[in-house]
Design a protein around this ligand. Structure first.
Ligand SMILES: [Mn+2]
Length: 238
């Protein structure tokens, strides 16, 4: 029996106490339930060392602060929130190493944005608050805020076995121009891109919502997304 795949998940500095790195444990639980072994990767230390990366089978780029606009060739605009140059640099390096190795990558929230700019895309720095309120800190994380329509024939539609689903929403930025080799896999009714995927890579998927928020509901389609990702990582490790 093959050993479970090792999945690296990015952590970042705590917005409240910058002396600490933090990662919401729901990400770890979601990977465990999907059959993977989660490994927390913090910006400091050996996380970018090839001898560590080569032992991983997949990478999850998690939620977090805004990406420095210079990374995608823009100036900061009104509405830009907290940024972390340390985390940008770390995740861009990690993502580059993973993509170079054909390793499966799952980007969540900030992670979809990181994947997109990594491949040359740009971001909307601050979404308008209507018609859909994509960010509202007073809402519970599991609140279903808006539907997304999955692109017919996309990898994501195949994984989730759906054409449309209701998602949570905790973002004020979004994918603007798509990076090279990426396609939109899900779109909200207001036109905001809610998922992307690489057309010709094994498993490179980003979602703007937070599937880990549904880890308690094993029948939820989010479990299928984590399962497909961990399975792809297991195949990569073979
Ligand atoms: Mn949204």
């Amino acid at each position: 029996v093959a050993s479970p795949p090792l999945i690296g998940l990015t952590a970042g500095a705590s917005p409240d106490s910058p002396d600490y790195y933090v990662l919401r444990w729901e990400y770890l639980r979601s990977i465990e339930l999907a059959g993977g072994i989660p490994i927390v990767l913090a910006p400091s230390g050996p996380a970018l060392h090839p001898s560590l990366i080569d032992r991983l089978d997949g990478v999850v780029v998690t939620g977090g602060p805004d990406i420095e606009p210079w990374v995608y060739g823009q100036r900061a605009e009104e509405g830009l929130l907290d940024v972390s140059a340390e985390r940008d640099e770390f995740e861009i390096g990690l993502c580059h190493a993973a993509l170079e190795r054909g390793m499966p990558v799952l980007g969540i929230c900030r992670g979809i944005q990181l994947l997109n700019v990594q491949l040359g895309g740009t971001l909307i720095q601050d979404l308008p608050a209507c018609p859909i309120r994509h960010l509202d800190l007073k809402r519970p994380r599991q609140a279903l805020v808006h539907p997304v329509r999955l692109a017919p024939g996309s990898r994501l539609a195949g994984i989730l076995e759906l054409t449309e689903l209701e998602v949570n929403s905790m973002h004020h930025q979004a994918v603007d121009h798509l990076g090279a080799g990426l396609a939109a896999a899900a779109v909200a009714p207001d036109g905001v891109v809610e998922a992307i995927e690489a057309v010709e890579r094994p498993f490179v998927v980003g979602v703007q919502w937070h599937p880990e928020g549904f880890w308690r509901d094993r029948d939820h389609c989010s479990a299928r997304l984590f399962r497909a990702f961990v399975d792809a990582a297991a195949r990569h490790g073979c």
